[in-house]
Design a protein around this ligand. Structure first.
Ligand code: FAQ
Length: 319
């Protein structure tokens, strides 16, 4: 069959909502775009463990410590499902990790900001996981089967994370004036970076048009950002916190909040590696990769030995 016919049949499948599976024919550009998005998503989950991991030893109670440890472990699990989904497209995990460590692959801008107080852990759960779910619910219906199925489980866990973060913020907002101020300060620092998570405006987005045609993405960056603002502003009001945006206003006619312009220079600066914690995050991941070399070697040696023994046993049985 000619490439043109294959492409036509592929698009018909997408339009008919039939999932694309690993062994199906797919255009090279579809495969490449998915490896890019899924691996960057995996890197985000893994690097995303670092800002919160920073507070495990300083959580204010045993209960909070247990919850935070479980959450950080969930993020590691999300990274693993996603690397596995990328591997079904023919990518090698070692190559993907190398792309992260040498700065070729991106990860979410949000994880390049520091966690300065305990309230930041609340703000991350509430806002960062909240933004992640807003973006990722649509990915449970993405056109590539393994990615869609991984996202179902991830979204269930993310929604628990969002609630635990909001509960931390609620507790602080109801606490002493100092605690409430700490919650407000965290909201002030995390609000704008959370809005940046959705990516550039649709008019500036490189991949959106094609990704939406292929139903990798089902909603645009700006649509999702608006939905996040609409859902989150009432949550802030409910706990008596103020969103740090003088231009934020309910627009009766549109049925949405109007909000101020994002500082795109800051966004691109962080994406290009010059945010407050980019260097620290990559150095930490690089050290973890190097320190883990012996574990990978041992696991490979064990797997090889087991395979050799199985081969020997099957040879003995045949004889
Ligand atoms: N940061 O053409 P578009 C989480 C890049 S997981 C850095 O619009 P696209 C869980 C983009 O890659 C958070 N780079 O791109 C958690 C592209 O560059 P490239 C991550 C960004 O792919 C919570 C260029 O800009 N979620 O939080 C960002 O169509 C708490 C042009 O952009 C996902 O990865 C950014 N914010 O749309 C963990 C979800 N935005 O690749 C721990 C899956 C854009 O050509 C604690 N990904 N860029 O070099 C997606 O839905 C999409 O990839 C978007 C971007 C929406 C992120």
């Amino acid at each position: 069959m000619q490439t043109h016919d294959l492409e036509k049949r592929f698009q018909e499948k997408i339009d008919a909502e039939i999932k694309i599976e690993p062994k199906d024919w797919m255009p090279d550009a579809y495969r490449k775009n998915l490896i890019r998005q899924i691996s960057q998503h995996a890197h985000s989950e893994v690097v995303g463990m670092l800002p919160e991991g920073n507070w495990i030893t300083r959580a204010p109670s045993l209960r909070r410590k247990l919850i935070l440890m479980a959450k950080v472990q969930d993020e590691a699990g999300h990274g693993l499902y996603l690397y596995s989904a990328a591997e079904t497209l023919g990518a090698s995990r070692d190559d993907l990790v190398m792309d992260l460590l040498n700065g070729k692959a991106k990860y979410s801008s949000i994880f390049n900001y520091p966690t300065l107080t305990w309230a930041d852990i609340g703000a991350i759960g509430w806002l960062v996981d909240g933004a992640a779910i807003m973006n990722q619910v649509m990915l449970t219906r993405t056109s590539y089967g393994p990615y869609a199925r991984a996202m179902v489980r991830i979204c269930k866990e993310e929604s628990f994370h969002q609630r635990q973060g909001y509960e931390i913020m609620l507790t602080l907002a109801k606490g002493s004036p100092e605690q409430k101020a700490m919650a407000q300060d965290a909201l002030d620092r995390w609000w704008w970076p959370s809005l940046m998570m959705f990516g550039p405006h649709d008019s500036e987005s490189t991949h959106s048009e094609q990704s939406m045609k292929w139903k990798i993405k089902r909603k645009s960056n700006d649509e999702l950002r608006q939905a996040f603002v609409d859902a989150t502003v009432p949550q802030a009001e409910l706990i008596g916190l103020k969103v740090p945006d003088p231009d934020l206003k309910w627009n009766e006619e549109r049925g949405h909040y109007d909000f101020g312009e994002i500082n795109w220079d800051e966004f691109w600066n962080v994406v290009k590696g010059h945010g407050p914690c980019n260097k620290q995050r990559l150095d930490t991941r690089r050290k973890a990769w190097e320190d883990g070399a012996w574990v990978r070697e041992a696991a490979m040696a064990y797997a090889e030995k087991k395979a050799a023994r199985r081969l020997q046993q099957s040879g003995e049985e045949a004889a």
